[in-house]
Design a protein around this ligand. Sequence first.
Ligand code: IVH
Length: 698
Amino acid sequence: MADAATTQRVSELREQLHRHNYLYHVLDAPVITDAEYDALFRELQTLEEANPDLADPGSPTQRVGAAPAPQFDEVAHPVPMLSLGNAFDEEELAAWRRRAAGMLERDDFAMVCEPKIDGLAIALTYESGRLARAATRGDGVRGEDVTLNVRTIKSVPLVLQAGVPAPLRMEVRGEVYFPRDAFRRMNEEREYAGESLFANPRNAAAGSLRQLDPRITASRQLAIWVYQLGWAEDAETPPTHWETMQWLRELGFRVNPEIARFESTDDIAAYYERWVRERDDKNYQTDGVVVKIDRLDYQRHLGFVGREPRWAIAWKFPAERAVTRLLSIGINVGRTGALNPYAILEPVQVSGVTVKQATLHNEDDIRRKDIRVGDYVVVERAGEVIPQVVGPDEERNKNRERGPQFEMPALCPACNSEVVRDEGAAAHRCVNTACPAQRFERIRHFVSQAAMDIEGLGEKLVAQLLGSHLACDLETRQTYPHLTEELATIRDLPDIYGLTVEQLAAMERMGEKSAENLVRAIEASKQRPLPPVISGLGIMHVGGETAELLARRFGSVDRLMDATQEELEAVPGIGPIVAAGIASHFANEGNRSIVRRLGEAGVALAAPEGWDAAQADGPMPFEGMRFVVTGRLEGFTRSQAESFIKERGGQVSGSVSKKTSYVVVGEEPGSKRDDAERLGVAILSEDELTALAEGSSC
Ligand code: IVH
């Protein structure tokens, strides 16, 4: 049992951290630095780990930590979650207002305006001031229980602010969204790892909330804006929407600061115009302005038509879509050989930006949407990402003779090698690892900041060095088979290390001085740590984090290169797909020779002596074993026990099966102990687990 002083300190820390979370996420006015916050957070974490009896799911430390769920439960919404009618211009807005005025028999009511956030609706239920449930909208009547995922969103309060009276039970509604900067970072990271990109922040937010493993949701850094009180029990609530929003903010909810109250449609029009101008500058996507009649008794009087309230309307922003001609379909070849089709369009303005190209994903997608060269197509600009072709504009293509269906070329457009499609994969791939387009992308990736960090070796220079600047359009990344090989100064990654000042100084726009600096940067990159070297090799699915795991486990590229698929899969955090990608990368003689030549050029391909030796070279007594941990342990928290096992090469899973090697049982173990007995799986106490790690048999 924790003593009184510890209990007191834990509760103080929790209250302080809730307060600082609120100041940071809701009021956007932090009063302490991140480092000070982290220090308080760590102090609380340490005390909680040492005193498991003080555990509390409402603690600021408990946002993540739940095990993956097998599925989402269905939840009924006590008050249905409905949608909004739309207005597309000022006249339609005025007409809506006139209808409301007619029913209310008065013309002097206030309206609240707020941005319409382009995310996903969420209903948050609080019981006794604590987050009890979070549900998606679903069909409006029934949604899915996504509580564990929503708990990881830092701007969703787990506990309401102390000192503000709150109803016993209440439901607050809002929109969960992917902040633009976090979305951009995530897509950059995914691109770097050779993973597919999310088309826009909204889809990415939806995908992130539907993850069964809350740790994935936590890594996505979603946020919320709250826009409505769903219902409240046993409490006086404010008489207007405006006051409700102020009250919710005091309770700890993140209410958008741009919310405003007006009486005239002229003022609303000015508010709307300002949003149209400024919406691209915000860190969240919006698709309109929502106008709501302020008094809640008026809202009740007006009621609903069908699924839409008469008391609110969404004045939508002009479409981010346009129609244009698809002139042709280009193909660029990525660093792992994937053939990426893209649309070459007759230039068109889409919400203020000229669009000439758009993504087309892959062959199946083009066929499913039935997009053909020569068609009029609908183009959409969604957020940060490159524009997309939504599909053909059927009306405008009606009386036209249409071209043939799109087919991926059988030969690589950059090197004429065979193109294959791996079983079950959407992408077509050029099989030639010496393909000039692949080499170009591979080098760009290798020299980038996250990998070898060779400053001064930008993509234009890479193209020149490959002799492909005459044949490679950097804007479209289109390369052509007649690549001017004889003009090439380098051919692949290792050649970078043979470049001389003279050779570099002879390149376009390069002086003696910058050539010298570049040679120095190239030299310095030989000493990069192992993880960026591994990620720089451009292995499919291996980005920064995975490279870190591999470096720790194998300690050198040589050992990684000789690892079998089974050995790779046994690395915690590496699944079969990534393991297969690595194994097939190094099954290729060309790739192995690149590694050898990098080593010969002097690039450090092994971690220094003693580096993380415990993990890299230390014994792996739990290699190949699967553990399940259940009940309360004495010397470990749950996550410490899991790390203890993983660091020693073991795997940890959430449920007992015949494949489980051991079930580690603490106090009050629950049904997993019974499962172990039923399936005849060995049971370990905590002491037996540590003994097993030290090599004694039990
Ligand atoms: S009020 C009766 N306010 O838009 C519905 N909704 O098209 C009251 N949305 O399902 C909704 N921002 O997911 C409201 N400031 C805002 C909003 C907003 C985004 C979403 C919400 C709703 C959808 C309706």
